[in-house]
Design a protein around this ligand. Structure first.
Ligand code: IVH
Length: 706
């Protein structure tokens, strides 16, 4: 069991500090120089925190090579960035057959298919590598880009050119063709690479996927050339002419153009056949020469794919069926509490390291206090009511890329003298009371802005990928600057005053260890670049509870400018008045989110900090959603009655894609009511209010679908 720093003897503290120094040094090298992180950011943070805690209990034992004194890694040279003309999306995941049947049901309902109608799927293995987009113009490979955040990736053209499976030129192809697929390393190649690494005394890669990623993202293309990478094509981006009418024919077309495609790809006439093919692939999994982590089902008909379209980050026409979670038993050494950005106290299991499905796991989530105690949020028993204690043998599982979880406990191996875990009712970071509100499974620190953990996590959120995404300013740098006496970053605005504050400091950043002239110039430049920020990113970056990426996009699209957004939220009162009504009328904005947003804006210190930030920025307006040239853009539309040519879900998605707002009720704000047979009170209300009323055919004509 891990002791609290105060409980350590001097010798134990010194020994642990030595271990921590070595572990942190190893983690730094793996992360920054080898492109092969061995531990997660959270684990890294935990090691650093433990190091700092022991140092503060035993200040005289602090080592000269202490990680507390080391600044973040210098800003490295990186690849140039490229925007994807068609976004590179990810897939939603499912873990069992019933999820897949639900998916099939949802798709069929969306498309309005009848019970007897078959819906064919293209079933493909899900290759465990990294995705790559290859752009061909007039038959020549002109660019290769990684996925990045889906909108902007890294330009790895020179490296991709060294991969044997990737043709440099193709004939009989559309003028513009973006072929997408997965870069991977086969098992024999991976084994040979690691064997070579051992002979040369360099570090082995943990698994083929890391090896593929590390090899592709080499600044020196000659290193990539020496690594045996392969590529399977399974998707496409921009096209000047369609490849085919179906997914399978498109894949065959790519094969005919000279790309490798996966031989386990099959066309299945319905969901049951698709599931049968999944089981077949699962049987073969261990004998394949490459890693797969599941199977992907894609609606085969490309016209249906078009109708189904996309959610914010995933297509509605595809789903990944992941292989079952992997399990292992190990000892729970300690339960630590981490405090998140919104103050949530999250229990983390510190485990005796154990391999779960090829990955070493030493931390796992324990969810919340009820979970540890063996009950669910209604107070009903889970795991037959067994609680989890420090010292227990526990079962850990990992499914896909998700955080490992503690699933079960073996009471027969419980050591004597253990005590039930007592969940803290004060914040371990700032000592404030930790409160659990009714209906909330989570206990939260009430310290708000005075809690250093919440503040740091909020800052980390602020600079995260989907928020400000500042090159050279990552979680590690935030931790360093947060505690910095000369150049502190305590709130987002401080990031943007860094340059001017540094200019008047005695010790300049460029003269510090770990920084240099070039890295500091780069850092300031990348900060300046982000002064111009789209409204949706700004709203998301504030880290307000319940306001995620897609909510921020909805809010930005509704209010368009910071001035309008800020005025409306400032004037809004929870539960009353027209500003509140407008806020909750936004499709996708619920009362809980709205209240959280309004409350945050009314907290004086939080508000002042937001104002200081905005003063530093040039916030770009967001166009009302899809100013696509459409006759319904910006209009509020209500569908009522039975639609005959499409389902309600499809009509709604289609209207929204054309920039309309779809509402469930008719009011003076409604612009258009589309009424099918059986329309009742809504159509009547529209007539009373003088709102334009049309039928389905007129609607289809209006939007050009007829
Ligand atoms: S289709 C719009 N097909 O899985 C759909 N993805 O979890 C885009 N992947 O980013 C993806 N095999 O890196 C698709 N046969 C396959 C795949 C596949 C592996 C990866 C890909 C994607 C990730 C999503």
């Amino acid at each position: 069991m891990v002791k609290k720093p105060q409980q350590l003897s001097k010798a134990e503290a010194a020994a642990e500090l030595e271990e921590l120094a070595a572990a942190l040094a190893r983690a730094n090298t793996a992360y920054h120089t080898e492109d092969a992180p061995e531990i997660s950011d959270a684990e890294y943070d935990a090691l650093k925190r433990r190091n700092a805690a022991i140092e503060s209990a035993f200040p005289h034992l602090k080592r000269p090579d202490s990680a507390s004194d080391q600044v973040g890694a210098p800003v490295g040279e990186t690849f140039s960035k490229v925007g994807h003309s068609v976004r590179m999306l990810s897939l939603s995941n499912a873990f069992d057959e019933s999820d897949i049947r639900d998916f099939d049901e949802t798709v069929r309902r969306y498309l309005g298919l009848r019970d007897g109608d078959d819906l064919a799927y293209c079933v493909e293995p899900k290759i465990d590598g990294l995705s790559l987009s290859l752009r061909y113009e007039s038959g020549r490979l002109v660019q290769a880009a990684t996925r990045g955040d889906g909108e902007i990736g890294e330009n790895v053209t020179a490296n991709a050119m060294t991969i044997g499976d990737i043709p440099h030129s193709i004939s009989d192809a559309p003028d513009v063709l973006e072929v997408r697929g997965e870069v991977y390393m086969s098992h024999p190649d991976f084994a040979a690479l690691n064997a070579r690494a051992e002979v040369e005394g360099s570090k082995a890669f943990a698994n083929p996927r890391n090896a593929a990623a590390g090899s592709l993202r080499q600044l020196d293309a000659e290193i990539t050339r020496s690594r045996p990478l392969k590529f399977f094509a399974y998707a496409w981006g921009e096209l000047s002419a369609p490849l085919a009418d179906t997914q399978i024919a498109a894949i065959e077309r790519m094969a005919a153009l000279g790309f490798s495609t996966n031989p386990l790809t099959r066309i299945c006439g319905n969901v049951s056949d698709a599931l049968a093919h999944y089981r077949e692939i699962e049987q073969q999994r261990s004998s394949l020469s490459f890693d797969i982590d599941g199977v992907v089902y894609k609606v085969n008909d490309l016209e249906l794919q078009r109708r189904l379209g996309f959610r914010s980050t995933t297509p509605r026409w595809a789903i990944a069926h992941k292989f079952p979670a992997e399990l292992a038993w190990t000892t729970l050494e300690a339960i630590d509490i981490q405090v998140g950005r919104t103050g949530a106290l999250s229990p983390v299991a510190r485990l005796q390291p154990v391999t779960v499905g090829g990955v070493v796991v030493s931390n796992a989530t324990l969810h919340n206090e009820d979970y540890i105690a063996g009950r669910d949020s209604n107070g009903d028993p889970i795991r037959d009511g067994k609680d989890i204690r420090e010292g227990d043998r526990v079962q850990v599982y990992r499914a896909g890329d998700v955080i490992p979880k503690v699933a079960d406990v073996d009471l027969s191996q419980r050591p004597e003298g253990t005590e039930p875990y007592v969940f803290p009712d004060t914040c371990p970071e700032c000592g404030s009371e930790a409160i659990r509100e009714e209906g909330d499974a989570v206990r939260r620190c009430s310290g708000g802005i005075i809690c250093p953990a919440q503040t740091v996590e909020k800052l980390k959120h602020f600079i995260s990928r989907a928020a400000f995404d500042i090159d050279g300013l990552g979680a590690k740098q935030i931790e360093m600057f947060f505690n910095d006496a000369d150049l502190p970053i305590r709130e987002p605005a401080d990031i943007f005053t860094l340059r001017e504050r540094d200019a008047i400091n005695l010790t300049r950043l460029k003269n510090r260890d770990g920084f240099g002239e070039k890295s500091v110039t780069n850092l300031f430049e990348s900060i300046d670049k982000k002064r111009i920020i789209p409204l949706n990113r700004l709203i998301f970056s504030l880290g307000i509870r319940h306001v995620g990426e897609s909510a921020a996009a909805l809010l930005a699209a509704n209010y368009n400018s910071w001035a309008k957004f800020e005025t409306a939220i400032t004037n809004a009162r929870v539960g009353e008045g027209s500003d509140w009504e407008e806020l909750v009328a936004i499709d996708g904005v619920g009362h809980v989110m709205a209240a959280s947003l309004v409350t945050a804006f009314h907290q004086e210190r939080e508000r002042a900090s937001i104002d200081r930030l905005v003063e530093q920025l040039d916030v770009q307006n967001v166009e009302p959603r899809a100013t696509v040239d459409s006759p319904v853009a910006g209009k509020t539309v209500v569908f009522t009655g039975t639609l005959e040519k499409m389902t309600r879900a499809e009509a709604k998605a289609r209207a929204e894609a054309l920039g309309a707002k779809v509402s469930g009720s008719v009011s003076a704000k409604t612009d258009l009511v589309v009424a099918g047979p059986g329309a009742g009170s809504k159509a009547k209300k529209a007539e009373e209010l003088g709102v334009e009323l049309i039928d389905e055919d007129a609607w289809r004509e209006l939007i050009g679908d007829a």
